[in-house]
Design a binder for this molecule. Structure first.
Ligand code: 1PR
Length: 558
């Protein structure tokens, strides 16, 4: 028996390939209908939007062979959209039909009590009794798995009995309980990404592949008595390590770190001369180190992307490819996700640039400057037109694959005389700014090109506009706090969290473990990111998680 992976052409299939290589199993790809004739064990790592998956499968002539394969009784493992396509339809694309093997519908999460997408680490409670060693499929009640989706099959034995019969495990998110894995006969499916779930996810892949290659697949339907599981809120706060990457003066790609976005050493050899670019290590080595020490997610930002960089010459492609071979948690890549032009004049739209990163192993792309321009355009036009990078990438790969990175700077004003734009967003916060600004209020104004240019867009306007255009997450930096170690800007985080319903990452200023505890205690932000303290080994990711656990926060521990 040979393992086959289905590549439908729209998503990050490389991560699954890397995980399986790590586990040591040989595999082949299915890219054309004829490949199905040889397939005896199949994994479909579907990603992106429901309609994109069905359209890509149809366009490549793979949809009917896939249906025939699943109906043939041979082992099938669908991941995320690879599981959702088994259902009849999805509210994500109501006019598009799924395979209908599970004859009920996928619906959108309710976002009135929580951020949507459900993005991050959560537990999965297996409903099958552990009497049959196969029944858990490697799932562990104490492990966390990485989810990223806005749509799900609700687990409700009364109102959704079909999904309940198929449910093999369930997960709680906010007030909703949904199906996190399905299992019947030869079919297994996971809503989460085992290939991005660290050692716990690799254990699931290993267990399923081993059983399937040995021919120990069940052919009979599981008989389950649907039951309401105990409510278990296993959703964790995410800790993200960020690497700002650029070429140093010798031309080597290094991880650097600035103070308020200035990444050069302050001690210049000559007066008025620029200091050397700070070098805090190599991107792939640091990414591996942070994965091993329990980072829930990694972020790689090309901070010199404001320079023109043709697609074939994107230095970060090689970095992401190499990092994805060692890192089995989500990878976000930012910088330069925009329309580019090759030296021969060939235009490369942003969706193609993003696609190149997804193919080498990125899970999300982060858009900075282009998001500001898109929101300025949205404001001028009054409605979306479908052309921005945020729109085109989220349409193709799903909202959850698009992060908007905001680089705001405080603009201090005298509140008694100020009569300019965004007056209703003035912050009368803790008086912790520079001495010269004490007693003033401030606004958060957005910048582009790594803080080099300020634009007339507030951070709130940018966050709301990004959500309208289709972003699935906000990466919220602060130029004032970056590299200072003074702690996150709580006023900024609170303001943006209340402006949007998508998840927010608090970034910039972490100096101690207490700063993480404080930001989670004082705001309802989902995750927090740091760079300098991790690079300089001042605080470890394990220290941060231990501090959070002591204070009663859920965290993923490896
Ligand atoms: O505009 O789409 O090409 O994206 C460029 C990306 O590069 C943006 O995400 C922008 O934030 C980032 N960037 C550009 N210049 C810099 C710079 O530092 N000179 N870095 C830069 C942004 C901020 C965070 C940092 C946190 C935590 N760095 O990434 O990691 O502030 O730092 P700390 O924990 O040490 O305080 P585009």
């Amino acid at each position: 028996m040979t393992l086959f992976l289905l590549d439908h052409g729209a998503g990050n299939v490389q991560s699954l390939a890397n995980s399986i290589k790590r586990l040591g199993y040989p595999f082949s790809w299915i890219t054309i209908p004829e490949d199905f004739q040889k397939a005896t064990v199949l994994i479909f790592p579907g990603q992106g939007a429901f309609h994109t998956a069905i359209e890509c499968l149809t366009a490549r002539g793979l949809l009917h062979p896939l249906l025939d394969y699943v109906n043939s009784g041979k082992p099938y493992f669908g991941i995320c959209i690879g599981m959702q396509v088994l259902f009849a339809s999805s509210a994500e694309s109501p006019s598009v039909r799924g395979l209908g093997i599970i004859p009920c519908d996928i619906v959108r999460f309710d976002d009135t009590d929580k951020a949507v997408p459900h993005m991050g680490w959560n537990t999965a409670e297996c409903l099958d009794p552990p009497s049959d060693p196969r029944s858990t499929e490697g799932l562990s009640a104490t492990s966390h798995y990485y989810f990223v989706h806005s749509y799900c099959a609700i687990y409700d034995p009364e109102r959704n009995p079909v999904a309940a019969e198929w449910a093999h495990s369930v997960t709680q998110y906010g007030n909703e309980v949904f199906v996190s894995t399905v299992r019947q006969g030869n079919v297994f499916g996971a809503q989460f990404h085992p290939e991005k779930s660290g050692p716990a996810g690799l254990a699931i892949l290993d267990a399923w592949i081993k059983q399937s290659l040995a021919g120990r697949v069940s052919t009979t339907a599981a008989t389950r008595v649907p039951r309401l599981p105990k409510p278990v809120d296993g959703f964790t706060k995410r800790i993200i390590a960020c690497m700002d990457v650029r070429a140093n003066d010798e031309g080597d790609l290094v991880v650097t770190k600035g103070d308020q976005y200035d990444v050069r050493e302050k001690t210049a050899p000559k007066v008025n001369a620029a200091g050397a670019v700070r070098n805090l290590g190599k991107p792939v080595a640091l990414a591996s180190k942070y994965f091993e020490s329990g980072a829930d997610e990694l972020c790689l930002l090309n901070i010199t992307s404001f320079r023109n960089s043709p697609l074939h010459d994107q230095p970060m492609l090689a970095v992401v490819r190499a990092a994805a071979e060692h890192v089995f948690v989500p990878l976000t890549i930012g910088g330069g996700i925009k329309d580019t032009v090759d030296p021969d004049g060939t235009k490369r739209p942003a969706v193609e640039v993003a696609g190149a990163y997804f193919r080498v192993g990125a899970d999300k792309v982060s858009i900075g400057s282009e998001a500001v321009y898109a929101v300025e355009k949205l404001r001028a036009a009054g409605s979306v037109d479908g052309t921005s990078a945020i729109e085109t990438i989220s349409k193709m790969y799903g909202r959850q694959a698009v992060v908007v990175s905001i680089d705001p700077r405080r603009v201090y004003v005298d509140p008694s005389t100020y009569d300019g734009p965004y007056k209703d967003e003035l912050v009368y916060g803790k008086d912790d700014g520079p001495m010269a600004e004490r007693g003033k209020a401030w606004l958060y104004q957005c910048t582009v090109s790594g803080g080099r240019e300020t634009r007339l867009v507030s951070a709130v306007e940018l966050a709301k506009g990004a959500q309208t255009l289709g972003a699935g997450e906000i990466l919220l930096n602060s130029i004032d706090r970056d590299g200072t170690g003074l702690g996150f800007d709580h006023d900024l985080v609170r303001m943006i969290k209340s402006a949007v319903t998508i998840p927010v990452v608090a970034s910039s200023g972490a100096g101690t473990t207490k700063h993480f505890v404080d930001i989670f205690r004082e705001t309802n932000v989902e995750s927090a990111l740091a760079a300098g303290i991790f690079h300089r080994d001042e605080v470890s990711i394990r220290d941060v998680k231990a501090a959070l656990q002591r204070e009663g926060f859920n965290t993923r521990v490896i």
